[in-house]
Design a protein around this ligand. Sequence first.
Ligand code: FPP
Length: 245
Amino acid sequence: MAKTENTLPDNLPRHVAIIMDGNGRWALSRGMPRLAGHRAGTENLRSIIRACVEFGISYLTIYAFSTENWGRPPEEVNGLMRILEDVIDHELDELDAEGVQIRHIGRLDNIEPRLQDKVRYAIERTRANDRLVLLVAFNYGGRDEIVQAIKRMIEDGVQPQDVTPELVSRYLYTAGVPDPDLIIRTSGELRISNFLIWQAAYAEWYVTPTYWPDFDKEEFRQALLVYARRDRRFGTVSPQVNQPS
Ligand code: FPP
């Protein structure tokens, strides 16, 4: 049967992770301040979260603020903190009603205590939801995550012979979450930017020139179709290649 525009593949990724890049350039190209781009990106995020719920994606990780983003001008850093607070204040009821479980990955210790409390409240309130697990990477860095994991392993007295990839995974912020199957990066940049550097080992990538505020549900669906056609070999060979001649 011919695929219609609304078709979804059977083999959807279980875990999609997104580097929501290009908000600044989106705003600049419209003569607007960078924060207007982040606000537009937040609007777009809402529709992509909804699409994940509708499509049956189990895990969505979004890169909202990196450990390197502290180096941006103070008004942009404060603006991004405010956006997180606004999302919790104004979107939590709807996210909760839609069955979204919110998790945070990254460090909470050096953000404002009031915002820390709100993040903890959002996590607690949505803990029992199971339609979509939304991992918010905020004040997150992949190297920092690994450093924290190593410190905790040492504190716990883990012995060298017991260190395995599975054990390391259990010490990361993403403990218990399957590795991302598909990582989407908008705005065309070809780099990992310290995002899920351990977990991305065998992820498939979809990179698009589209700026994040313009990455709509239809392009998301397109990314899922592209993913579904990929031959994931995890370092082995595909079954056809493995056939005896
Ligand atoms: C990268 O674009 C984007 C960010 C650093 C922030 C992403 C944040 C949002 C979309 C808001 C959602 C946030 C929360 C907390 C739910 P850029 O600014 O680097 O764009 P540029 O490369 O064009 O300058």
